[in-house]
Write a protein that binds this ligand. Structure first.
Ligand code: IMP
Length: 423
């Protein structure tokens, strides 16, 4: 049984949480493969809004098992808060949540290092979520990190101390003014680790291998978006892991020939939080309208998201790098009321028209070239079938499918589970 993938194709916040939640009924296991609490997956149903950061979005379904894979980095303190929030809704997370022993731990000093690094960068800062993601992955690849499996060893606190001491020295090296009370942070951390240890730690690659053999259906869930990938994103304004399809293989231990469908999610327009190039960004009333109507504020940091027209050059690149087999278009409803819609189909790159994503997409090198299309006035949020779609929306979808050469199978017209239309 192949493992299907669900990935965001832009700069994150495409609405993966909602789609995993909708797809979960078809899967036995939902497995998260990269990132950490920098992510914020928002799910809405029965009039309640839930935000998950590290825990896979299948947790709200009775049947699905949820796995936090080896590619993920876990902050026990934030994890505990997520569990507490689930507990309030009587979700039985103890029996439905598994954690890979090979997942890495975010220590309080990783968060401090993130803050120190960003402060030292000044104007050149990445716009990190300050959750300690970069420093934790640096320790992972530098072969200094602490893993979930270490918590099962009797000397884990000694290992912790040595690493935290090293981090403190590094914070000093940055020579920036970071205020913190480490004993207080550590007290919270140790308390949260005690709670975390009540969950089941497993050798997850073995678990997934057996599950596949038994014919159980697995959905691998990414966090962040393809353009934040450490290799293929808009470096250095990216996150510190592989958010693209290959990340699911290394982040779960699934062999490449075991990957089945690749579901790619994108918004009908584009958003980005944090710093970095964004060719189709709008600084006018249209961008402001997208942000307001689309409620474009980060689920993790509350920062307002930058908004702009759909960038097909970037989207095609993401479809290509991920091998997307089915597309899902989110937030179609947000575009209602724009008399004309623009879609970027090429870039003017240093005076030449190109249709691929070049090495450098900073504004001084790239000017988007747009195709203009008719908009639609109708409110889509009450629609429940594609037959109800206005003609201009169908034309918009058909244009994207032709350009991307992949079918758009789902159109989302609002945050609720019920506002998800299959085509
Ligand atoms: P970090 O992953 O916290 O280090 O942040 C690096 C960059 O990725 C920043 O621009 C963040 O705003 C962005 N980022 C990280 N996680 C997310 C996410 O879940 N959605 C959108 N942007 C994200």
């Amino acid at each position: 049984m192949a493992v299907d993938l669900l990935l965001g194709l832009q700069w994150g916040d495409e609405g993966k949480g909602k789609i995993v939640d909708v797809l979960t009924k078809d899967y036995d296991i939902i497995a998260r493969f990269q990132g950490g609490p920098n992510a914020g997956h928002t799910l809405e149903f029965d009039g309640i809004k839930h935000v998950l950061h590290t825990i896979p979005s299948g947790i709200f379904h009775k049947t699905a098992m949820n796995l936090v894979g080896n590619g993920v980095v876990i902050d026990p303190v934030i994890f505990q808060k997520e569990l507490d929030a689930l507990g309030k809704f009587n979700i039985d997370y103890i029996s439905k949540l598994l954690i890979s022993r090979k997942a890495h731990l975010i220590l309080p000093t990783h968060r401090l290092l993130d803050a120190a690094s960003e402060a030292a960068k000044g104007k050149a800062k990445i716009g990190s979520t300050l959750k300690g993601i970069g420093p934790t992955y640096m320790d992972k690849t530098g072969r200094n990190g602490m893993r979930i499996g270490d918590l099962e060893l009797s000397d884990w606190k000694e290992k912790y101390r040595a690493l935290a001491n090293k981090h403190e020295a590094m914070i000093g090296f940055y020579n920036v003014d970071i205020q913190y009370d480490l004993p207080e942070l550590e007290a919270d951390f140790f308390k949260a680790v005690d709670q975390l240890k009540k969950l089941t730690f497993i050798d997850s690659e073995e678990y997934l291998y057996r599950a596949q053999k038994e014919g159980r259906k697995i959905l691998a869930e990414g966090a962040q978006g393809s353009l934040l990938d450490i290799d293929f994103g808009t470096y250095p304004f990216v996150t510190s892991s592989n958010t693209t399809a290959a990340g699911a293989c290394t982040g779960l231990g699934v062999a490449p020939n075991q990957i089945g469908s690749v579901f790619g999610i994108f918004k009908a327009y584009t958003t980005r939080v944090g710093s970095g190039p964004f060719p189709t960004e709008l600084f006018d009333a249209d961008g402001e309208t997208m942000g307001r109507v689309g409620n474009e504020f980060g689920a993790t940091t509350g920062r307002s998201r930058r908004c702009g027209w759909l960038d097909l050059v970037a989207l095609k690149y993401a479809v290509q790098v991920n091998g997307v087999t089915e597309l899902m278009m989110m937030k179609g409803d947000v575009l209602s009321g724009f008399p004309k819609l623009k879609v970027c189909t090429a870039y003017n790159y240093k005076g030449e028209e190109i249709t691929h994503l070049p090495y450098n997409i900073e504004a001084e090198n790239v000017t988007p070239i747009y195709t203009e299309m008719d908009g639609w006035a109708q409110d889509l949020t009450k629609m429940r079938s594609p037959e109800e779609f206005p003609k201009a929306l169908n034309e918009y979808i058909a244009f994207l499918e032709k350009e991307l050469e992949v079918p758009i199978k789902i159109v989302s017209v609002g945050p609720d589970r019920t506002q998800t239309i299959l085509r």
